[in-house]
Ligand binder design. Sequence first.
Ligand SMILES: [Cu+2]
Length: 85
Amino acid sequence: MAMPMPTSKATAQKDIVGKGTVVSENKSGGNVTLQHEAIPAIGWGPMTMEFKVKDKMLLEKLKIGDKVQFTLVPQGQDYVITSIK
Ligand SMILES: [Cu+2]
């Protein structure tokens, strides 16, 4: 996949990385519920919440109870997972 270098304007954003445990996943819907640790980069405390993933393929190997590290990017009002392992 092509990765264009960030241009000088606006969108150069740091990755937001979190850690958590898979509570449930919906592979066909492209959602995963994670019990995540605090994510100070965006001012979140620990919580359980549902995330969308950028690509459903990301969920293929996930199982409930897996400990994961994930990367978020802002998308509108939400955050979307762009990598999880
Ligand atoms: Cu959260």
